[in-house]
Design a protein around this ligand. Structure first.
Ligand code: AMP
Length: 379
């Protein structure tokens, strides 16, 4: 069995091909994003999918799995794509304007290019369908939840689910009874609390702006700032949305870059605002780990993943410095030399600290392969 996985963003489309029982990756590429180049140009999904078909050189594809960021309240598991599901994904573009439209465009282009091949949607929100109601509801007028659907969804679920499962596998332990905190620290950042393999809390909310500080997004804020900006400085909702999505976070504070590595380099050469941005980033990761640890009533495993979590040993060391109070002690040498997947905890640490390479593509491939399809999903 050969599965094509498509992860479509606004300016790039990543694809990978997985084969066989073990789902070995036999091809992968990131289309549309010139190396080191401008990520702002919109991508033509039709052209990208034609390029994939051409690269496959006639090799058969049995199923196609798409990463879809927002599944809303309705899509809480991996789902075969049909006309109704496409309508659902399109309707959710209202609350996921940056993410769902490119996924839908890729689905439609793939339908045209691979007629008759079943397509499957794997949702980034689905892993958080198990959050308890007290974590889902915001302390706002209840009608906003009931009538307008203002609630916590959570994002990066494919990565959180993969890492929680992989942590158990790596340690040779059963996921049952395991209390895991996953810190997904990339351009977007989120952390989740997972008990018995199910998510019980996550830092992202109604949108992917909440929680941890990110490359260009602020994470948690005093909500009173926004109406103040509107009334006192006449910022429109569009201007605020743009600043919150594109000009905040590491970039906003440092003024240097949204890229963690570049901010680290600037800080090392004495740039004070870059250092402030790193200190804030660390403080916020720690604070959320504290919140998640209490929610879990203890931590068996703390996972660092995604670009920053997998690569920045200094970030991991700084975050973990005060975590002995949670029974988590990092080994400085193991941490410095870690290549994922690795255990970087000290021998006297009660919980384990792991650096895991996130494999969203593999997770999508597995989900796509394992979904029982009774009939072709695409007519
Ligand atoms: P991702 O969204 O998972 O691709 O992660 C992107 C983030 O990872 C960017 O902020 C990069 O600067 C950061 N990153 C990648 N490699 C490194 C590294 N070696 N050291 C520090 N940060 C890194």
């Amino acid at each position: 069995v050969r599965i094509l996985v498509i992860n479509s963003g606004s300016s790039s489309l990543k694809y990978a091909v997985f084969e066989g029982e073990a789902m070995n990756c036999v091809a992968s590429e990131n289309l549309g994003k010139p190396p080191g180049g401008n990520a702002g140009t919109a991508l033509d999904s039709g052209k990208a999918i034609s390029q994939i078909k051409c690269n496959l050189a006639g090799a058969p594809i049995h199923r196609i799995g798409h990463r879809v960021v927002h599944g809303g309240a309705e899509y809480t598991q991996t789902t075969p794509i049909d006309a109704r599901v496409k309508q659902g994904i399109a309707a959710l573009a209202e609350i996921a304007p940056l993410h769902n439209p490119p996924a839908l465009a890729a689905i439609e282009a793939a339908e045209a290019a691979f007629p008759g091949v079943p397509q499957v949607a794997v949702f980034d929100t689905a892993f958080f369908a198990t959050l308890p109601e007290s974590a889902v509801v915001y302390p706002l007028p209840f009608e906003w939840r009931r009538d307008w659907g203002i609630r916590r969804y959570g994002f990066h679920g494919i990565s959180h689910a993969y890492c929680a499962g992989r942590a158990a596998e790596f340690l040779g332990r059963s996921i049952g009874g395991l209390r895991v905190i996953v810190c997904h620290l990339g351009n977007g950042c989120s952390a989740s609390a997972v008990r018995d393999g199910a998510a019980i809390y996550t830092t992202m909310g109604f949108t992917p702006l909440d929680g941890l500080m990110m490359g260009t997004r602020p994470g948690s804020l005093d909500p009173g700032i926004l109406p103040y900006l509107e009334s006192r400085h006449h910022l429109s909702s569009k201007e605020m949305e743009s600043a919150l999505n594109h000009r905040s976070g590491l970039l906003g504070v440092s003024g240097v870059s949204s890229d963690y590595r570049e901010v680290e380099q600037a800080a090392a050469s004495g740039h004070a605002r870059a250092q402030l941005a790193l200190d804030m980033f660390t403080r916020r990761v720690r604070a959320h780990i504290g919140q998640l640890a209490v929610t879990l009533e203890g931590v068996d495993v703390l996972v660092f993943t995604a670009g920053i979590g997998e690569n920045s040993s200094s970030l991991r060391a700084a975050v973990c410095a005060p975590l002995a109070c949670l029974g988590l002690r990092i080994d400085p040498e193991k941490n410095r030399q870690a290549r994922p997947d690795a255990d970087v905890s000290a021998t006297d640490s009660i919980g384990r600290i792991l650096v895991l390479k996130t494999r969203e593509d593999l997770m999508i491939a597995r989900e796509t392969k394992n979904l029982a399809l009774t009939e072709p999903a695409v007519k």
